[in-house]
Design a protein around this ligand. Structure first.
Ligand SMILES: CSCCC(=O)C(=O)COP(=O)(O)O
Ligand SMILES: [Mg+2]
Length: 261
C-alpha cells in the first residue's frame, strides 16, 4: 500500500542504515558484540600496523575531548617502556571502546576502528549483513526511475561498503551512488545535510532522507531536506507528537515516486 508520495523535486534518496535498511537487532546482537568480544585480540594482533596506530591515535584524541564526561576512559601515550606498558595501553583502549559502546556513541574514532575490525569478518564470509526484504527491490525501482541513492550512516564509509558488499542479498554495493559518514558531520546537525547536498551537487530540497531516529529527521528537516521516519520491528517508539509531525513509512514500498502509477 502506497502511503507517501515523494515530492516532485526529489531526485536523491538518502538512507540511514541501522533501523532503516537493516534491523537494529543485526547491529546490536551481531555487529557490536563482535567488537566487544574481539577488540583485545585485534589490538594485540595488529598493534604494530600503521592503520591500527592511526585508529589508536584518533581514539586517544577523542578520549582527551571526552575527559570531562562521567566514566570517561583516558588512553595514555606510549612510553615505549616494555611489554607491561603495552598491555596497559591496550587495556585502556579496550576499556575506552567498551565505555563508548556502552553509551552507543557515534564518534568517528570508534566507528573507524569498528569498520577495520569488521573487515576481516565480512571478507572471510563469517558475517553477512541483513537488509529488510523490501529494501533491495525498492532501491532497484528508484534507480530505474532515475533517482540517485546515497547512504548516510554513523557507521564509517568503509563499514557501510562492507555491509552492502557482503549482504544476505549478495553484493549490492552497485545500488548505491555514494556514502557519507560522520566525517561530513553528525547526523543530528543540520549543517551535515547542507554539506551532503553540496557534495552531491543538488539542493537540500532535492533530497528525501529516510531514518528511524527523529533527532536526525529534525536536523535534516531544518536544512530543508524532505524526511520520512521509518518504522521497523525493533525500532524505538515515537511520541504522539512525532507521529503527527513526520511522514511515516513501515516499508520502502510505501513510497510512491512522482512517475509511479
Ligand atoms: C554501517 S556500520 C554499522 C552500524 C553502526 O555502526 C551504526 O552506528 C549505525 O548507525 P546509523 O547511523 O546507520 O543508525
Ligand atoms: Mg538509524
Amino acid at each position: 500500500m502506497v502511503v507517501l508520495s515523494v515530492p516532485a523535486e526529489v531526485t536523491v534518496i538518502l538512507l540511514d542504515i541501522e533501523g532503516t535498511t537493516t534491523p537494529i537487532a543485526f547491529v546490536k546482537d551481531i555487529l557490536f558484540p563482535y567488537i566487544k568480544e574481539n577488540v583485545k585480540e585485534y589490538l594485540q594482533t595488529h598493534w604494530e600496523e600503521e592503520e591500527c596506530q592511526q585508529d589508536v591515535s584518533l581514539l586517544r584524541k577523542q578520549a582527551e575531548e571526552d575527559a570531562h564526561l562521567d566514566g570517561a576512559v583516558p588512553i595514555p601515550e606510549a612510553t615505549g617502556d616494555g611489554a607491561e606498558d603495552l598491555q596497559q595501553m591496550i587495556q585502556a583502549v579496550v576499556d575506552n571502546v567498551c565505555w563508548q559502546m556502552s553509551l552507543d556513541r557515534k564518534t568517528t574514532a570508534l566507528k573507524q576502528l569498528q569498520g577495520h575490525m569488521w573487515r576481516a569478518a565480512f571478507t572471510a564470509g563469517r558475517m553477512k549483513a541483513e537488509f529488510f526484504a523490501d529494501v533491495v527491490p525498492a532501491v532497484r525501482k528508484w534507480r530505474a526511475a532515475g533517482m540517485k541513492v546515497y547512504i548516510y550512516s554513523s557507521g564509517s564509509v568503509e563499514a557501510q561498503k562492507l555491509l552492502f558488499g557482503h549482504s544476505t542479498e549478495g553484493d549490492i554495493l552497485e545500488l548505491v551512488d555514494g556514502h557519507f559518514d560522520t566525517k561530513i558531520g553528525h547526523k543530528v546537525e543540520s549543517e551535515s545535510y547542507r554539506k551532503i547536498a553540496d557534495s552531491i551537487g543538488c539542493a537540500t530540497s532535492n533530497i528525501l532522507f529516510l531514518t528511524d531516529v527523529t533527532p536526525e529527521a529534525s536536523a535534516a528537516e531544518a536544512a530543508d531536506v524532505r524526511v520520512a521516519v521509518v518504522l521497523r520491528p525493533g525500532n524505538a517508539g515515537l511520541t504522539d507528537d512525532e507521529k503527527t509531525h513526520y511522514s511515516l513509512i513501515t516499508s520502502f514500498s510505501d513510497l510512491c515516486l512522482p512517475s509511479s502509477p
